[in-house]
Design a protein around this ligand. Structure first.
Ligand code: BT5
Length: 277
């Protein structure tokens, strides 16, 4: 492939005016845009820490064209180069305190899947709890972080960080090449601004939908149900690494696994890492 062919295929840099026009349609939202940043989630956390009234930050969205220290779960890195992907964090401050951030991750995954299907006409699958896969490769990851009110011990807000690979990146580090995929879109009519707006809009819509229905949709798109997995507990546990079969996802977005002795366990996303991550 000639160099200019490759470059023509790349997604366009963000159009700020277009972004603002879209977000004007979403009441109370505010966009913070960076060409490059360490991590949009880290920036969102700083905004929350410095706010007199965190409610005023609800629907703030932090967007970057690239990240120098994009984060995944459990201290992992999220490769965030310019031009081939989008990186954003949504600040969510609901009226009620947050009791289960994992459920927000699950809902975000369904919202993201719906938007990708609608705009790009492909059908990604969800890998519990926060990954979207297409053709066997990971095309998107979600990192939800709770903002804790240390006086009350409650989670008052959540930061939902979303990274999506829209096109393949030729410079991808070798250790990621086998894992990382992309939507592989050649449709230049879908701008990054539109894609991001639709994700944010769908997120706020899905958070008010019937929870059981959304979990049902999550399960229908989930590709590890019925398969054998290796569970790596990441917090202090006497279990060690063990094999299990993923049999269900409950209404709190916990993964139900069946062990060799026939017993079952409900896994919380913060406590385990599955084989292949
Ligand atoms: C995630 O973690 O996949 C959550 C990623 C969240 C990224 C967004 S971008 C905007 C916001 N700001 C941030 O700093 N983060 C959020 P996890 O399930 O732990 O997966 C991490 C693993 O995914 C890595 O160890 C790699 O194996 C793989 N990986 C790294 N970069 C990737 C990429 N660009 N696409 C797909 N997989 C990737």
């Amino acid at each position: 492939m000639k160099l200019h062919d490759k470059e023509e295929n790349r997604i366009k840099p963000m159009e700020l005016n277009e972004l603002n026009e879209y977000f004007n349609q979403l009441s109370q939202s505010k966009v913070h845009f960076f060409k490059t940043i360490d991590s949009t989630n880290t920036y969102a956390k700083k905004l929350l820490e410095q706010a007199d009234n965190i409610c005023s930050l609800n629907k703030n969205v932090i967007i970057a064209e690239s990240q120098t220290a994009g984060r995944g779960r459990l201290g992992r890195k999220f490769y965030s180069p310019a031009q081939t992907g989008i990186y954003l964090s949504i600040i969510y401050v609901p009226d009620e305190k947050i009791t289960n951030p994992a459920k927000i991750t699950a809902f975000s995954a369904v919202a993201l899947k719906r938007v990708i299907e609608r705009l790009y006409k492909v059908n990604p699958k969800i890998k519990w709890i926060n990954d979207l896969y297409l053709n066997g490769k990971k095309i998107a990851g979600i990192l939800t972080e709770g903002f804790v009110n240390y006086t009350c011990g409650t989670i008052d807000a959540a930061i939902i960080g979303i990274g999506v690979n829209i096109q393949n990146n030729a410079e991808i580090p070798q250790d990621l090449a086998a894992i990382v995929g992309s939507i592989c879109s050649n449709d230049n009519s879908i701008t990054n601004a539109r894609f991001i707006f639709e994700i944010v809009n769908e997120f706020f819509k899905i958070m008010s939908e019937n929870s059981d229905d959304v979990i049902c949709e999550y399960k229908e798109s989930s590709f590890i149900l019925g398969t054998k997995i290796t569970v790596h507990p990441v917090i202090e546990s006497t279990d060690g690494i063990y094999e299990a079969t993923a049999i269900d996802i409950d209404n709190e977005a916990k993964l139900i696994v069946k062990l060799a002795d026939g017993s079952t366990k409900a896994l919380n996303s913060g406590e385990v890492s599955l084989h292949s991550e």
